[in-house]
Write a protein that binds this ligand. Sequence first.
Ligand SMILES: C[S@@+](CC[C@H](N)C(=O)[O-])C[C@H]1O[C@@H](n2cnc3c(N)ncnc32)[C@H](O)[C@@H]1O
Length: 197
Amino acid sequence: MLIQRRRLLASALVLPAAPALSALLAPDEAQAREARPLDVPFVPTPMQVVDAMLDMAKVGKDDLLYDLGSGDGRIVIRAAQRFGCRGVGVDLNPERVREAKAAAKKAGAQIESLVRFEEGDVFTFDFSPATVVTMYLLPSVNVKLRPRILKELKPGTRIVSHDFDMGEWKAEDVRNVANSTVYRWTIMANPPANLLR
Ligand SMILES: C[S@@+](CC[C@H](N)C(=O)[O-])C[C@H]1O[C@@H](n2cnc3c(N)ncnc32)[C@H](O)[C@@H]1O
C-alpha cells in the first residue's frame, strides 16, 4: 500500500502531459478533470503521518489550519479533534469536498462547527487567513505556490508538507515518519527575492 502510494504520486511527477496523468485518476477524478485538470491525484496521507505533520506545525487551539488539496478532509478534521482548532479544506474535486463534508458530519456537531470544506483551486483560493498550512501536493505544485505562500501568509505561519519540499526554500525541520518525509517552514518577514519567483 505504501509503495503503491509513493509510486502513484511519483509517476505523476515524471509524466510529461496531462492526458497521461488521467490514467492515474479514478473515474470521479477523471470527470473533474473535464472542468479543470487536477494537478495532483488523490492519495490520502496515513494517519500516523497526519499526526506528525500536526505535531511538527505545533498546532494549537487558536490556530486556523488550511489544507491545500484537502482530499477526504482527514488533516483538517484530525486537527479539530486533537486541538479544537478551526480549519478549512480546499479541493478542486467536488467529490472529495462531498466526502470531506460527510466525514466532518460523522465526526459530530462540535467538529463540524469548526471546519469548512470548499471546492476551489489552490492557485486562486485565498488561504491568507491561515496560521498553519498543510500540503500533500507535488514538488512542482509546491514551488509554483511558493511565491503566494511567502507573500500572502503572515510571518510566523507554519507550513508543513508531506513528502515534497519547496525547491530552494530549505525546510527548517525534516523528519522521517513511517516511510514518509515531513518538511516544515515558517513564514519570515522579508523573504529573499529568489524565493518569490
Ligand atoms: C495527494 S492528495 C492529498 C489529500 C489530503 N491533503 C491528504 O494529505 O490526505 C491531493 C489532493 O489535491 C487535490 N487537488 C489536485 N489539484 C488541485 C488544485 N489545483 N486545487 C485544489 N485541489 C487540488 C486532489 O483532488 C487531491 O484530493
